[in-house]
Design a protein around this ligand. Structure first.
Ligand code: AP5
Length: 217
């Protein structure tokens, strides 16, 4: 397998996590989901978790310094040596600049930034029906990809839960945070010549094929 260094960019519910997991099966790369790392920290009541919990539950971004430190450390792990899939990072201009600096210090650069584009109505449907496994983190959707038994993970038998920030009011806040703070990164990466827009409307498999084409696989 070959390594790859990719950022998955897109609004909440665009399918970044779903596609990152599929890409990870195909390439030698670690998946770094900042949302998953933060939720784990919150559930374990670590210092980071206590600092981040309030921001996550109201749909705001966790401060850049905490996130950049967390990702910088994670990128040094052995499973990221050949490549990485960044899912949910960077999310601000400051984070993008920090990532560039971290990679430059190691003589590395991004291969591509995949911008997954999905209209707002579909985002709301995807988030409202999402269920996540507490055991293995597998993703389901009540309508589009339901588990065989209610609330039970097909893969590990773990309990499925609905994320606290997938309530309607918080979804609205997350969407506006995305527009104001994260969407400017589309321009940032387009200027650097590595932006690859991906139409995110369609089945998971259709989008997987578009994603693979975008990374030249
Ligand atoms: P995070 O966990 O990163 O949430 P997000 O970016 O809002 O993205 P989501 O995980 O909601 O969606 P996704 O695009 O991964 O979609 P998914 O594949 O699950 O962040 C949560 C919070 O943590 C933030 O609000 C913030 O507070 C904090 N945070 C995280 N990173 C941060 C950072 N860098 N800086 C500061 N703060 C940070 O798919 C959604 C659903 O749709 C699933 O049910 C799935 O099964 C379904 N689905 C996917 N694709 C399809 C398809 N093609 N057809 C039908 N259904 C589909």
């Amino acid at each position: 397998m070959v390594g790859i260094r990719v950022v998955l960019l897109g609004p909440p519910g665009a399918g970044k996590g779903t596609q990152a997991k599929l890409l990870q099966e195909r390439f030698e790369a670690c998946q770094i989901s900042t949302g998953d790392i933060l939720r784990q920290a919150v559930s374990e009541h670590t210092t980071l978790g206590k600092q981040a919990a309030g921001y996550i539950s109201r749909g705001a971004l966790v401060p850049d310094d905490l996130i950049v430190k967390m990702v910088g450390e994670r990128l040094q792990a052995k499973d990221c040596e050949k490549g990485f899939l960044l899912d949910g990072f960077p999310r601000t201009l400051g984070q993008a600049q920090s990532l560039e600096r971290i990679l430059q210090e190691r003589g590395l650069a991004l291969d591509a930034v995949l911008s997954i584009e999905v209209p707002q109505q579909l985002i709301i449907e995807r988030l409202a029906g999402r269920r996540t496994c507490r055991g293995c983190g597998s993703l389901y959707h009540l309508a589009f990809d339901p588990p065989k038994s209610d609330n039970v993970c097909d893969r590990c038998g773990g309990e499925l839960y609905q994320r606290e920030d997938d309530r309607e009011e918080t979804i609205k806040t997350r969407l506006s945070v995305y527009e104001n703070q994260t969407a400017p990164l589309i321009h940032y990466y387009r200027e650097r010549g590595i932006l690859k827009p991906v139409d995110g409307v369609g089945t998971v498999d259709e989008i997987r094929r578009r994603v693979l084409q975008a990374v030249g696989a």
